[in-house]
Design a protein around this ligand. Sequence first.
Ligand code: P6P
Length: 339
Amino acid sequence: MAEQSLQTLGEFLIEKQDDFQYSTGEFSRLLSAIRLASKVVNREVNKAGIADIIGVAGKTNIQGEAQQKLDVLANEIFITALSQREVVCGIASEENDDYIEIKSAANGHLSKYVVLIDPLDGSSNIDVNVSVGTIFSIYRRVTEPGNPVELKDFLQKGSAQIAAGYVVYGSSTMIVYTTGNGVNGFTLDPSLGTYYLSHPKMQFPSEGKIYSVNEGNYIKFPQGVKNYLKYCQMMEGDRPYTSRYIGSLVSDFHRNMIKGGIYLYPSYANAPNGKLRLLYECNPMAFIAEQAGGKASNGFERIMDIEPTELHQRVPFFCGSRTMVEKAEEFMRMDAVKD
Ligand code: P6P
């Protein structure tokens, strides 16, 4: 199908603006800032290999500029794009210990949105040319506009998100996001720098045959997880399932949403809350999963019901096709009853 017959992300934002109860145009400008930043990060991610080849990685590039780690660079790109459009009053990032207060020249602290972001998740995969992603979560501030943003504006339950999405820098670059009216995916045509609606109304298949987990941690997993993995591997009915683990949450999630599957990052011996962060990894992915008919929990409780207490807190994460997550939760409950 020729590009000119496909809807662009820009046209989609305009068309859907009325769906969005906060449609003052500010939100569309916020998503446009994310769209622009993702294109810049996409360019940097795709030339990272070149940087390695011509030996500039780690020191200075051919222009004599300091070569930055890509996740630090991606963080700066998103923060700059968001700060300069006077649509957010605060940003919290995986790369920053504390949240960033944004005071815009034009309206001071009157912007009503806060963004939480993992600017380049899975960045350790860059060196081995495996796909990585950006994950973002958007809330309305809960404190009075006009005053500086506060920590409580960020420590909101996932159920209060007004939008969430990810960028997957893979064999193609895609933006997938929800504003609570379903999930839509847009693919970048790099020759034009335009995102086109390629995956309308994405749905998690209710069943799946793929499980994604780092089995290297098996010995340290809770017994309920061990029992679920053995269930996945048993010769029975539609099993054994297939194990697929990229080591990049966005990529594993994206494949599972298209093909059906479950992603697990459980707690384990020396990590009682697992590895993934609640606010800028699990909540946004949970919002997308639920909007696509899937499910996301910590093995017992809905991720988006968890009351956050810290900016960078971790939670165990079970996310994907509804029946698969429910089966995993069943094994977790059975094990909990025994304790
Ligand atoms: P492990 C990347 O660091 C990440 O946050 C996710 O993208 C990925 O799924 C997970 O951690 C990989 O962690 O411990 O299996 O290497």
